[in-house]
Design a protein around this ligand. Structure first.
Ligand code: SF4
Length: 190
């Protein structure tokens, strides 16, 4: 296995998933980038729900992202509000309709079928390996990790279902630590 083979495999899988999703989104009158922004907003925490974070996560310009957000807002899938402490910051929240749409379109039927028919343990092993690939590429090129909060070095467990973000000094609930965060930093290797 070399880098070229790995690239071909990832690109082939990605185009199969994209073409499956494009057909379903066409029926709903949404473009893939709009759905990707919606999906990100359904997964991110309260420190990461800004247009800038959406652009960073998707690797797009702020202009492209703001067009997509406008469409999502007009469709009632996302709402905008001003940050309570800094009025210059716009916060984005998915509506109940937005969350229902993400639920209805994920996981991909192609991947769900694979998971139902794969040998025991294979999907879990693949997730571990692909996560490792993503993390190493991000670390080598200094991209933000956008990891799940529970795996961040700033996360401290205080008790049953109670956590503290040591970066912001704010408490976090059990559902919040499952979300992804723009400020995430992995635990350093010992
Ligand atoms: S603990 Fe880490 S991932 Fe969680 S909110 Fe704080 S900075 Fe973000």
């Amino acid at each position: 296995m070399n880098a070229r083979q790995l690239q071909q495999l990832l690109e082939r899988l990605s185009s199969l998933l994209h073409s499956e999703n494009r057909a379903r989104l066409n029926r709903l009158g949404l473009q893939p980038v709009q759905f990707e922004a919606l999906q990100y907003l359904s997964l991110c925490n309260r420190y990461s729900n800004t247009p800038k974070a959406v652009a960073e996560y998707l690797g797009l310009t702020k202009g492209t992202v703001s067009q997509s957000i406008k469409v999502l807002e007009n469709r009632g899938l996302v709402t905008k509000s001003q940050d309570t402490e800094d009025k210059r910051i716009t916060r984005l929240q998915t509506t109940a309709m937005g969350r229902e749409l993400v639920e209805s379109l994920t996981p991909s039927p192609l991947l769900a079928d694979y998971c139902n028919h794969a040998p025991p343990g294979e999907p879990e092993a693949l997730v571990t390996q692909l996560t490792s690939l993503l993390r190493q590429v991000q670390a080598l090129h200094q991209h933000r990790m956008f990891g799940q909060c529970h795996s961040c070095r700033h996360n401290r467990k205080l008790g049953e279902g109670r956590y503290l973000c040591q970066l912001t000094g704010e408490s976090l609930s059990a559902p919040e630590v499952q979300l992804i965060c723009r400020e995430h930093e992995p635990v350093a290797d010992s």
